[in-house]
Design a protein around this ligand. Structure first.
Ligand code: 4AD
Ligand code: MG
Length: 478
């Protein structure tokens, strides 16, 4: 297909007056003379200068917004303002036409809501180009962070028979004819005839399997899709999201917090370095968007400053009990401004409370620890006070919960007792309990919601805009 140079490389070229081949999609075509061409390698377009007097007018007509073209020409220092280089075209080939009457992406500002409806084309906008390049860098950085530390990347199953979190928010997996499933004599669905001969679901977390591997490989991490059928129509929830779940043998809660903080700082620093232009673009986008808001609701820092701030400050580590005291005494609680008032110890924190703590009180990322056992999963290690567990949630400004994790209960008797109390079937999790029978050891881990991380680093406001094709209630288009 010929030696094509990507636009990012062309714009960084040290040489001019060289022959180049450049391919991409037309953003705009002005005065029958200037094509702004983009190939997704950067948000910057390369300007193609067309010798329109000596060009076939039928060809010029086909250079429309959205068309795919190939240009052979000379890279020259630009005479115009706004760009260093441009390509003086010798030959232009239309690879794919785009009917300007029908192409939905016009060279103007479209709303994010509209772009969500044409998610198959939104990659072609500056905003989404930048988001998905940042998303790419963040996923690479996550692997690099763990690989440098000798962690083993583990693939845990997508289809499972367990509900790791015990929250009952799973999608069923079956190959029954749903209109006519086989029934037992009692008239119940006969799962023994289903594909796996038992009820199965899409995984909500790879943690339990991750723990099994950590009990041999020491340090593992997963990075894969997880599925939750919670009916949360919010800007922070997806039905299908990607999660990173490290699990470490011989770690306690402090080690776990240190690792979580180091991971977040590492990947944010990596993206700031690798994707500076994209993040600067997204920072400006956010500033523009915030101009629509009343002064009081605008952020004190722009996106770049927020990211730098996060790198340069220690996360605040606070117990749940301390947090409840702060919240009880807070102005929005006293003035009954919270939707859910904080009455006392034991209640679960709502996202309004989490955001108050990070955005108003501490004004930085916060790690909340030692939650009441009643509001946390069965596998979390029970503290000596008999009331709390060694849990940790990492809360971020503008996001709320970014990470949830804990030290794990490694003592068989305590774990079984908690499973009984919470109605978790021990027979089904015999393999999980076996790790507590054979060489149990202190261990800990956490889950990082990847899209929430991408939200924070891109400064976007809705989780549906940081995954290519979001899955949420009543939507599985594309
Ligand atoms: O707090 P969660 O439910 O924890 C677990 O699943 C544990 N098994 C993790 C572990 O210890 N290995 O989920 C972890 C993170 C949350 O902090 C949040 O960032 C993200 O996953 N998350 C979601 N992200 C998008 N959409 C949803 N519906 C999410 N539910 C959780
Ligand atoms: Mg959680």
């Amino acid at each position: 297909m010929g030696q094509r140079t990507k636009i990012k490389a062309l714009l960084e070229s040290e040489q001019t007056d060289i022959e180049v081949v450049v391919k991409g999609w037309v953003r705009t075509f002005r005065n029958n003379q200037f094509i702004a061409l983009n190939d997704g390698s950067t948000n910057n377009n390369i300007q193609i200068v067309v010798d329109f007097e000596n060009s076939d007018s039928a060809l010029l007509k086909r250079i429309t917004t959205g068309a795919a073209i190939s240009v052979t020409g000379t890279l020259i220092a630009s005479l115009g303002k706004g760009q260093k280089f441009e390509v003086k075209a010798k030959e232009i080939e239309i690879l794919g036409d785009s009917d300007p009457e029908k192409y939905p992406l016009q060279p103007k500002k479209h709303s994010l809501e509209f772009l969500r409806e044409i998610a198959h084309l939104r990659f072609r906008t500056n905003t989404f180009g930048a988001i998905f390049r940042v998303r790419n860098s963040l996923s690479f950085a996550i692997h690099q962070f763990f690989q440098e530390k000798g962690f083993v990347y583990l693939h845990t199953p997508i289809i499972t028979a367990s509900d790791a979190e015990g929250a009952g928010e799973t999608f069923h997996v079956t190959n029954f004819d749903l209109a006519n499933p086989p029934k037992t004599e009692n008239g119940e669905i006969d799962f023994s005839q289903d594909f796996f001969a038992r009820p199965t679901n899409l995984t909500v977390s790879g943690q339990l399997e991750g723990e099994l591997a950590a009990m041999a490989l020491s340090d593992i991490y997963t990075f894969g899709p997880t599925f939750r059928a919670e009916n949360s129509n919010t800007t922070r929830h997806l039905a299908e999201f990607w999660m990173i779940e490290p699990e470490m043998a011989f770690y306690d809660l402090n080690d776990n917090m240190d690792l979580a903080e180091a991971l977040l700082k590492y990947v944010i620093a990596y993206a700031l370095d690798k994707n500076k232009e994209d993040i600067e673009f997204l920072s400006q986008r956010l500033e523009e968007e915030e101009k629509q808001k009343p002064q009081a609701e605008r952020s004190e820092m722009n996106l770049l400053q927020k990211l730098e701030f996060c790198l340069n400050n220690d996360f605040e580590r606070v117990t749940y009990t301390e947090a409840i005291e702060i919240l009880k005494e807070s102005t929005p609680n006293k003035k009954k401004k919270f939707q859910y008032l904080v009455e006392g110890w034991g209640t679960d924190l709502q996202s309004e409370h989490e955001r108050y703590l990070v955005e108003k009180h501490f004004k930085k990322p916060v790690i909340l620890t030692d939650y009441p056992k009643e509001i946390k999963a069965f596998y979390m290690r029970q503290n000596d006070d008999g009331k709390t567990v060694s849990a940790m949630d990492v809360l971020f400004p503008g996001i709320g919960e970014m990470i949830g994790g804990s030290q794990r209960e490694e003592r068989l008797d305590k774990l079984e007792q908690r499973m009984d109390e919470m109605g978790i079937p021990k027979e089904e999790l015999w393999w999980y309990l076996d790790t507590r029978r054979f060489g149990a050891c202190p261990h800990a881990g956490f889950g990082l919601g990847f899209e929430r991380l991408v939200l924070f680093v891109t400064g976007m406001g809705n989780i549906r805009d940081v995954i290519p094709f979001p899955r949420y209630p009543k939507n599985a288009e594309f």
